[in-house]
Design a protein around this ligand. Structure first.
Ligand code: NAP
Length: 527
């Protein structure tokens, strides 16, 4: 079923001269299929078709687009074993994870479909006119959110389903009314092609225009660069490294017409362990955190890479317990030799920094491409003085910072770069004693967690997955949950526009019965 070709709209095409294969990290061997990188002509054609499809796609109602999204979800489920096998062979991730991520991906598509069926997401605001107002008539103004245009989505290495071909960014952009061109991640090009075939079949079955979706292969940065520079592309979604996200952000800003790049990048997700909680629960917390640091080989953007506490006997016991617990966990395979090489290099350069002590290092031999987990400790002042210790080590690595007192803890938090999450581990009333620490943390993160772990991102409308830079390039938006649709739209007003030419959402009769903000009040009636 895998052809190795690109989907240029509904057509399979492989005119390029550069080919590559994906890699099975568990077997430490290349997979069989060969993929053809998209040529410049194919990239341009995909963008041309997307631009053309944009008009026709937006004449489709929310209910019609919802059918399209639900058909993609059905198609992904129907592929079943072949899709799960391909995912596992291209990522080294186990079958259970593949099925869980598939469930999440399908759930995302269906939640956007439900959002479209209901319809109020367009944030309709109506201020009716007063033609006889003196000294000047008041115009009739009607505002709603409209799609930006063709969007490029970069597949993420660490989420072959949920943040790749038909993942969160794609589902949100298609729901918003934007045609999508996916720059497939080279590590899981076969998984990408299978999912793309489903998206194309769903588009054809539900009458969506050719070009509403394309899937381009690439094994280097050129395809992505060409797409971001293309004048007909209107926005970009990205999940990956700070280096990659920042390069694309800068490229987009240098265009004659700059466009937004919504990049979700690195985060070390600080966890604050308050003293009384450590005093009472050091062992249990060590157990929970050993699991959170190593889950998925630490390849999650919400991995707890930084644990902070105030020096005490309880903190020392916690470090001891964590060190004992973490080495009991069997190491697991990382996504790709490149990822494990980056892990080894970044881990080593962290360990070599002065003042760092290795508290736990999985000593035994492991299979090739499997990651050994590590916990290091450092004094608060050393951490404060050395910014390189603040960088993400993508993998099962965590650093415990031992602070002198609450003041130093607060100072360290205030000096951190922007983060996706921050966590407070506290006894019931203890948190109330640290208002400045909590305020400092809130100022640096997009989501704050009480007595939990940062790993595990619930997909729901109230989720915020995005934080101050460099966690993401625009902290006003989320990459997870239905609110992520807001990245792909812009507000648009109609003034004194004839009712029969208005979009349904703004017509006087409110035919869909959506909730609108009319003359200062929320209502679902006429206006
Ligand atoms: P990446 O290097 O950021 O690449 C992600 C995608 O962006 C790839 O498709 C890559 O294309 C493309 N890309 C990167 N730099 C580019 C540039 N300058 N111009 C155009 N396109 C560019 O991430 P990755 O391959 O997924 O993993 C590498 C490292 O990223 C990991 O070791 C980890 O440190 C980090 N990472 C972090 C997170 C997180 O959530 N925090 C998630 C995933 C990865 P090509 O592959 O075709 O070159």
């Amino acid at each position: 079923m895998i052809t190795g070709k690109n989907y240029i709209g509904n057509r399979l095409s492989g005119n390029g001269s550069k080919t590559y294969k994906t890699f099975n990290p568990v077997l430490n061997a290349e997979n069989e299929n060969e993929f053809v990188e998209a040529s410049i002509e194919e990239i341009n054609e995909a963008v041309f078709l997307a631009t053309d499809a944009y008009i026709a796609y937006n004449q489709k109602s929310g209910a019609e687009k919802a059918l399209f999204l639900n058909a993609i979800a059905d198609g992904i489920l129907a592929l079943d074993a072949i899709l799960i096998q391909t995912y596992c062979s291209e990522s080294g991730l186990p079958e259970g994870r593949a099925k869980g991520e598939r469930g999440r991906t399908i759930g995302q598509l269906r939640s956007f479909a439900a959002l479209l069926e209901e319809g109020s997401w367009v944030d309709a605001i109506i201020d009716t006119g007063t033609p006889d107002r003196s000294p000047a008539p008041k115009p009739d103004l009607r505002k709603m959110l409209v799609p930006l245009g063709p969007v490029v989505v970069f597949g993420a290495s660490n989420f072959p389903f949920a943040f790749s071909t038909a993942g969160g960014d794609t589902a949100a952009a298609l729901a918003a009314g934007c045609p999508v061109i996916v720059k497939s991640h080279p590590m899981h090009a076969g998984t990408g092609e299978l999912v793309a075939s489903v998206v194309i079949a769903a588009a054809e079955a539900t009458g969506m225009p050719n070009g509403v979706f394309s899937n381009l292969n690439s094994s280097g940065i050129e395809v992505g660069e060409h797409l971001v520079k293309h004048s007909d592309v209107k926005a970009v979604g990205f999940t990956g490294s700070i280096k990659g996200g920042r390069a694309l952000f800068d490229l987009a800003a240098k265009r004659e017409e700059p466009i937004p790049v919504f990049a979700e990048m690195g985060s070390i997700n600080p966890v604050i362990m308050l003293p009384e909680a450590l005093e009472n629960r050091a062992e249990a917390l060590a157990n929970i955190y050993a699991g959170s640091i190593t889950v998925g080989s630490g390849q999650f953007c919400t991995n707890p890479g930084l644990l902070l506490g105030i020096k005490s006997a309880a903190l020392s016991s916690f470090i001891e317990n964590l060190s004992e617990e973490i080495v009991k966990i069997e190491p697991s395979c990382m996504l790709h030799p490149n990822i494990i090489e980056a892990y080894k290099k970044n881990k080593q350069s962290a360990i070599e920094q002065s003042g760092l002590l290795v508290a736990a290092d999985y000593g035994s031999e492991v299979n090739v491409n499997y990651a050994k987990q590590v916990v290091v400790t450092v004094e608060g002042k050393t951490f404060l003085a050395n910014k390189s210790l603040h960088q993400e080590v993508f993998g099962p690595f965590s650093m415990v910072v031992q602070c002198e007192d609450a003041m130093e803890l607060q100072q360290i938090i205030s000096n951190l770069e922007g983060q996706l999450t921050g966590t407070i581990i506290s006894d019931d009333d203890e948190i109330a004693k640290y208002p400045k620490v909590i305020a400092a943390l809130q100022n640096r993160v997009g989501r704050i967690i009480f007595n939990g772990v940062p790993t595990g991102v619930e997909v729901c409308p109230a989720m915020q997955h995005g934080g101050p830079y460099p966690a993401s390039t625009d902290s006003r938006f989320t990459a997870v949950g239905t609110q992520s649709i807001k990245r792909w739209v812009r507000p648009f007003s109609f003034q004194d526009w004839p009712d029969d030419l208005l979009p349904n959402e703004l017509r006087r009769e409110n035919p869909q019965g959506i909730k609108r903000f009319v003359n200062g009040k929320i209502t679902d009636t006429t206006a």
